[in-house]
Design a protein around this ligand. Structure first.
Ligand SMILES: [Zn+2]
Length: 73
């Protein structure tokens, strides 16, 4: 069981949009391509950080802010 978080296979749409407010990066990816790469069960919160080649990715004190723009509230 997943602990309440969405998985990649649950993403609402065919194209995944990701952006990072901290470094200004953004990108879009086809959902089927991401599922082929990560698997439909990969937890959604993990995906932006794996995709974003952000300089803050390994900075644990100020981590990368990459997130799904479609899911932002
Ligand atoms: Zn970033």
């Amino acid at each position: 069981m997943r602990n309440g978080s969405l998985a990649l296979g649950d993403y609402p749409g065919d194209v995944v949009h990701i952006s990072c407010k901290r470094c200004g990066r953004s990108g879009s990816y086809r959902l089927d391509g991401l599922i082929a790469r990560f698997g439909a069960d990969d937890a959604l919160p993990d995906v932006p950080l794996e995709l974003a080649s952000c300089e803050r990715r390994a900075d644990f004190s100020r981590p990368c802010g990459a997130r799904f723009t479609d899911l932002a509230r």
